[in-house]
Design a protein around this ligand. Sequence first.
Ligand SMILES: Nc1ncnc2c1ncn2[C@@H]1O[C@H](COP(=O)(O)OP(=O)(O)OP(=O)(O)O)[C@@H](O)[C@H]1O
Ligand SMILES: [Mg+2]
Length: 242
Amino acid sequence: MSVHENLYRLESVEKSYDGAWRLNIAALEIPESGIFAIMGPNGAGKTTLLHLLHFLIPPERGSIQFRDHRLTFPPPLALRRSLAMVFQRPHMLHGSVRRNVSFGLRLRGEEDDRRVEEIIERLHLDTLSNAPARRLSGGEIQRVALARALVLKPSVLLLDEPTSNLDPYNARLIEEILAETVENTEMTAIMVTHNVFQVKRIAHRVAMMLAGSIVESGGRDEIFDKPQDERTRRFIEGEMVY
Ligand SMILES: Nc1ncnc2c1ncn2[C@@H]1O[C@H](COP(=O)(O)OP(=O)(O)OP(=O)(O)O)[C@@H](O)[C@H]1O
Ligand SMILES: [Mg+2]
């Protein structure tokens, strides 16, 4: 466990799009270490929240504290570099899978061919390492996106639906890699998903998001065994929320 109790602390955070849609989070705390899952239906604001946590966009109101620091936007490069994101629709660079995976390290002047090969193997991408990344299937692209994030050894890994395009075998592979990485390193994973079963399998803490707000958050068993909010219960049981 780390010295910081909270990795993130959000207070009265608001963000809107075109005045029509509004994210409004009264309070949210994300502890350091473990897997924190953000679940909720389409359009709930999960990706928007992840972009705020990645400091890609500033909140319009409220504050986001990171490791006890109240930040101004944009935060320092060193801080940004301790975070990595696996986007919902990852964008592949021209060139091979290997080039995509090694690009971030090269940009930082920290080339490490051995580490690149290790990660490629770990994600079962070895047979594809010379293939042009832009021609890969959706599921292969998701694995490359995870490989190029993990190779940077981030202290915080933000994942937006990282297994949405994956077959069951590869989805389990990603789950195993995430579980193993948070167990064996100091990394915290913050994962957005609508896959309730996945949350149950690997998350330590869970936040339920609906219509731009956090409905409730807590330990996984707490949320699954005794959800406080009726809408969380219905979501977990697979009934439609809206
Ligand atoms: N750049 C943008 N401009 C305008 N509206 C946006 C923008 N990004 C998101 N929205 C809207 O904000 C709302 C929340 O979007 P967001 O992508 O955060 O939801 P989500 O929970 O990630 O959904 P999904 O499960 O479908 O990925 C949606 O109604 C979406 O249409
Ligand atoms: Mg999304």
